[in-house]
Each structure stands twice: as C-alpha cells, then as structure tokens.
Design a protein around this ligand. Structure first.
Ligand SMILES: Nc1ncnc2c1ncn2[C@@H]1O[C@H](COP(=O)(O)OP(=O)(O)OP(=O)(O)O)[C@@H](O)[C@H]1O
Ligand SMILES: [Mg+2]
Length: 356
C-alpha cells in the first residue's frame, strides 16, 4: 500500500523582474491511499503538480513536509543507502523513455541489475525473462535509436521491472505515442499489473488513459487533490469544475445552443416543459427506464442531447431531455427513485416555441 499523508512541496521561486523570492506550492497538503495491486490514475492539467507528486513517491523529490509510505516503509524517513535500496522497490517509466542510446536493448534492461550488483548469469536470465514478458525479446541486440516509440516504451517498462519492484510509477508514459500504440502499451501495463500483482500509479493529462485501465483516480488542480475515488464514481458524478472540464469532451452534456437565452424557472408549470440532465452508469441503463416512464406517466420526451461512453466496458452517459405532459413531477420522482443522477435544469417554454 502507498500512503501520502499531508504532502507539500514548496519551491522558492524568483519574482519576475525583481530580486524578491516567494514560496510556490507545487503540492499542497496531498493525502492519498493506494491499495496493493491497484492501478491508480492521477489526472490534471499541465503544471498541476503530477510529476512532482509521482517523484515524491520514490523520493526523487523530497517533500517539504508530510510523509510518504510505500508498503509500510516510511520513505520520507530514509536517506543514503537505505533510501536507494527502498527506491529499487519502485520502477519508473517516462514520456521520453529515458533509454541509454549507446547501450543495446539488452544493455538497457541489464543496467539497473548491474547497479544492484547482480552477477552476469543472473542478469542474463532475468533480462530474457522480462524481455519476453514485454514481447521485445527479438530486439535485445538492437540500439534504442532503431526502435519505434511503442518498442522503446516496452524497453522502458522492462528496465523498470527488472529489479522486481512492487510499484510501477508511470509519468505520461503514453503521451508521445499514437492512439493505437497507446492502447497496446496500456494493455501491457494492465497485463503486468494482473500477472505480477504490481501497484501502478499512472500520471496522465488524458482522460481516455484513465478510463482505459485505472481503478481509482485523483484529480489534481494547482497542487491540490480536487477529488478522488473509483473512476466510475468520479467520472459519472464529477463534483469539481476541474473534473467536469476534463470530461467535457467525453460527456457532452451541455444544453443545445438554442437554449442559451432561455429563462428557466424552478416553479412547476402545466404549460412549460421540464428540462432535465440525467446521468446513468453500469447496470442502470437509461433507455428502458425512459420508456417505462413515458408509459407510466403519459409524458412526452424530447431528447436534446445524448452521450454514452464506456469505462472498462461499463456504460455511462448523460441525456438532456425535455418532458411535457400533465404529470411531469410524477415522472421526475420516478427517475429519482431509479437512482439515476438527475439534475433539474428547470421549466421553460415548449420546445416548439424555441427557434432552432
Ligand atoms: N524545481 C522547480 N523549481 C520551481 N518550480 C518548479 C520546479 N519543479 C516544478 N516546478 C513547478 O511546479 C509546478 C508543477 O510542476 P509539475 O512538473 O509537477 O507539473 P505537471 O502536472 O507534471 O505538468 P506537465 O503536465 O506539464 O508535465 C509547475 O508550476 C512547475 O513550474
Ligand atoms: Mg509532468
């Protein structure tokens, strides 16, 4: 288990055009609990503090305050040889791969084992074993410069795993790769996670990466955790604007433009339509519920926008709909009883009155 307890990282930065300096919080009171064998995503915009956070886990960066525990060891209490030994329990991969250009693939994977003092024959066995796991065994004699991006990252993963770490830290490992290669590298990370029971912390600015393989996610904004929880929960009921913005291209739940100037009222009215934004996920599929509602309450439904996506093959989505008819409130009660997340936008003129 990985635990960050109230971790802050402060840099002393120079004010522009002045000799004054001030404290800049790259991380501010970050607390996280990551379970063994989890794939934990950290998402945030550029400059949010993602790299700083992941570097604080293996103490490549020492937190200014707070504690970091990795599998019961307090990393922040260690230094020197004991810290170097503890750091070997975590492997790390990077966006720019960070391979040694003058060493072959074999030499790159062997490098951390040489540093850890393994003997030649042990190294040979381990390099072959790990190269086969990441499916790069036919490239062992090649130099990194001749490999594709996806192959380079496979070598990066092999090197990170060579020492049999408990934790894999990934800092934008797929950001330099095309979508197809990204998928195959993510699949590899998930396979390794399952096969070796490795805990993974995956840093990204792409919501699709989180959606593809993570169990839990933390949204980082200006060095602080804006929200965290299971991916399904955070992505289907985002509470903070930072999260909503990141999701906006996936859940396009905005109202149509023709609604922009419309006045919505909270007061029920017979003659106006009730506009709702309904989110659903998993077993609560929206379509059968909507048709049952239409039958039971004799309302008409006009779907204004709909978007459905999948998180680890669980469907989730949002519908924006207008209800008309005499028992709109009954229909609303029914939707709420169904445990759908319903946001009442309000009552407004009939859609026929709206100029599209
Ligand atoms: N050594 C440093 N000195 C001063 N400021 C720093 C230092 N390292 C990082 N920062 C600042 O801390 C903030 C967080 O940086 P960090 O690299 O962790 O962001 P990030 O979320 O990884 O961004 P990106 O997505 O661009 O990689 C940034 O504003 C950055 O300028
Ligand atoms: Mg970064």
């Amino acid at each position: 288990m990985i635990r960050l307890s109230d971790v802050s990282k402060v840099y002393r930065v120079k004010e522009p055009d002045s000799r004054e300096t001030r404290d800049f919080y790259a991380l501010k009171g970050v607390s996280l609990d990551i379970g063994d064998g989890d794939i934990f995503g950290v998402i945030g915009r550029s400059g949010a503090g993602k790299s700083t956070l992941v570097r604080c886990v293996n103490l490549l960066e020492r937190p200014t305050s707070g504690q970091v525990f990795v599998n019961g060891t307090e990393m922040t209490a260690l230094s020197g040889a004991r810290l170097r030994a503890a750091r070997r329990r975590t492997g790390m991969i990077f966006q720019s791969f960070n391979l040694l250009a003058n060493r072959t693939v074999y030499g790159n994977i062997a490098f951390p084992l040489e540093l850890a003092g393994w003997n030649k024959s042990e190294i040979r066995g381990r390099v072959r074993e790990i190269a086969s796991l990441v499916e790069i065994e036919d490239k062992l004699g090649d130099y990194p410069g001749t490999l594709s991006g996806g192959q380079k990252q496979r070598v990066g993963i092999a090197r990170a795993l060579a020492n049999r770490p408990d934790v894999l830290l990934s800092d934008e490992a797929t950001s330099a790769l095309d979508p197809q290669t990204t998928k195959s590298v993510l699949r590899l990370i998930r396979d390794i996670n399952e096969k070796l029971g490795l805990t993974v912390i995956l840093i990204t600015h792409e919501m699709n990466v989180i959606k593809e393989i993570c169990d839990s996610v933390a949204v980082l904004e200006n060095g602080e955790i804006a929200e965290q929880g299971p991916v399904l929960q955070v992505f289907t009921s985002p509470r903070k604007n930072a999260t909503k913005e990141m999701l906006s291209h996936v859940i396009n739940a905005e109202l149509p433009e023709s609604f922009a100037g419309l006045e919505f009222s909270r007061t029920p009215s017979r003659d106006s339509d009730l506009t709702l934004r309904v989110s659903f996920f998993g077993s609560v599929a929206a379509t059968p519920i909507v048709s049952e509602m239409v039958r039971k309450f004799d309302v008409d439904v006009n779907i204004l926008s709909a978007h459905i996506d999948h998180i680890k093959s669980v469907p989730f989505g949002t519908l924006v709909m207008q209800l008309s008819g005499s028992d709109k409130e009954g229909a609303l009660e029914f939707l709420l009883d169904m445990k759908l997340r319903v946001e009442v936008i309000g009552y407004a003129a009939r859609s026929a009155d709206i100029t599209h």
